[in-house]
Design a protein around this ligand. Sequence first.
Ligand SMILES: [Zn+2]
Length: 221
Amino acid sequence: MTSAGMAQERAEQVVAAAGQLFAAGVMSHSGHANLSARLDGERFLMSPGSVRDLAADQLATIGLDGQVLAGEMSPSAAEVIAMHGVVYRARPQVGAVIHTHSPAATAFAVAHRPLPCRTEPLLRFGQAEEVPVVPWGPRGSDVSVRGIAAILAERSTTSAVLLANHGLLAFGPDAAAAAHLVVAIEESAEAELAARALGGAVDFPEGALEAVRASMARVTR
Ligand SMILES: [Zn+2]
């Protein structure tokens, strides 16, 4: 595939992922989100502002250092470029990053409470550990970005972080996988909160991740 063809395909995947988030009902009232997808070792595509009615040709091309190489970013989207760039720099295998204010996940972020892995979908996504909380800093600021980098270094296998007093940042091999993870995290956060009325969510038994992996391997073999 030509690099233009690949860029077009990635852009369409980002648009589809934005639609998937709205369809799944995981967006906050404002519909605020930003989505990006890696093009190569040096560049990524990013949504330029509102993601309602996003079109593939609206995505901007950004350098991993945060420089806008092509397209136009709204001032508020430009502010959060660094939040995406830091993930691509820290995790070479990450192909897409999504930031949302998904309400239940954001409740954990606002309470500075890590989200435990206590639901099957989250475990199946390989997010077998809690989703950690990054200390607050103004969005996209050096403080916030350094906080994200520190947690990514410390938690080398987490696929998401909660941004204190702000929202969720999730990432995956491609835009569809990152969107699925946002949905799994939001469902888990809702289930955690609902379970509190029933005495609280309960941890998986020891060895649950290994058991799920063995079970998935049997089906896909
Ligand atoms: Zn935000």
